[in-house]
Design a protein around this ligand. Structure first.
Ligand code: ADP
Length: 265
């Protein structure tokens, strides 16, 4: 068996070995921190709705059950809490998949204007409850074909619209536009005239569980995962997302998409 006598080579080998181990240990440490952080956030986010649901159940057991009106009221509220829990767990499931690299982008050519209109329709009731109008900010919303994962882009649009409703003022408006950017890209903008986001929070908005307290996000429900999901989807498409916002004026979230290369009728 040949022995390495060349000291330089040997040192290099040892350094390489040590370097490799160091990197491994470093990433392990970071991963461990990340995991702890994540679990801490998850249990915190789950605790609130769980205690709320328990509160209603205890009140029912404590006698409220006998009163038909109270019974209905508390059961309805408990159900809302459970719905919220399901919503958080579903989002968590998605995030975990994305972060495990299981997010597959299944591209197809589709009309993004139609997709936005469909999403408006799905959210119509939610928007109407807050008297918020969802509209196009385009003179002629004619078909614009893009190449992307239709279902995932619908999730992006839906998450941005839901936020614009949640953090919008009643009687407000959310406008969506799609514009040509450079030759093979379009940019989709979702603009609201809601509460806006203080500057210092903007760089952290897309982190999972990050929420801006001042915007009333605690009372609004949600998991703090919506924008993190949006970012994962846009990055998996190798596209970009931007945010501009001013407190008291409103926010604009915009992202790019690839135009369809084929002429689609
Ligand atoms: P969630 O809405 O569930 O809290 P998100 O990840 O979707 O989580 O958003 C993170 C935070 O960013 C929100 O809690 C809110 O403070 C802020 N935010 C997002 N969209 C808007 C918006 N359109 N206007 C004002 N604040 C927003």
């Amino acid at each position: 068996k040949p022995v390495t006598t060349d000291m330089k080579t040997l040192t290099e080998e040892i350094e390489k070995f040590a370097e490799g181990k160091k990197i491994e240990i470093d990433t392990l440490k970071i991963r461990e921190e990340y995991r702890k952080d994540f679990l801490g956030n998850v249990s915190h986010e789950l605790k609130t709705p769980l205690f709320t649901v328990q509160g209603y159940i205890l009140t029912l057991l404590d006698g409220a059950m006998k009163d038909k009106k109270l019974r209905e009221k508390y059961l309805e509220r408990a159900n809302k809490g459970v719905e919220r829990l399901i919503y958080i767990v579903k989002d968590l499931d998605l995030i975990t998949k994305f972060e495990a690299g299981e997010l597959k982008v299944e591209r197809e050519d589709f009309d993004v204007i139609e997709l936005i209109q469909n999403t408006f329709d799905l959210l119509e009731m939610k928007a109407a409850k807050k008297q918020i109008a969802l509209t196009f900010d385009m003179e002629y919303p004619n078909p614009i074909y893009v190449n992307a994962d239709r279902e995932k882009i619908q999730q992006v649009i839906s998450n941005l619209l839901v936020n614009s409703i949640k953090y919008g003022h009643s009687n407000g408006t959310t406008e969506v536009s799609v514009e040509n950017l450079i030759k093979n890209k379009v940019i989709v903008r979702v603009t609201d005239n809601g509460v806006g986001i203080p500057k210092q929070h903007i760089p952290r908005l897309f982190e999972r569980f990050y929420r801006v307290d001042q915007s009333g996000s605690r009372t609004e429900g949600g998991s703090g995962l919506g924008l993190s999901i949006v970012k994962h989807i846009i990055e998996a498409h190798e596209e970009k997302i931007y945010v501009e916002s001013e407190v008291g004026v409103g926010s604009e979230f915009s992202f790019t998409l690839e135009k369809s290369a084929n002429k689609v009728e």
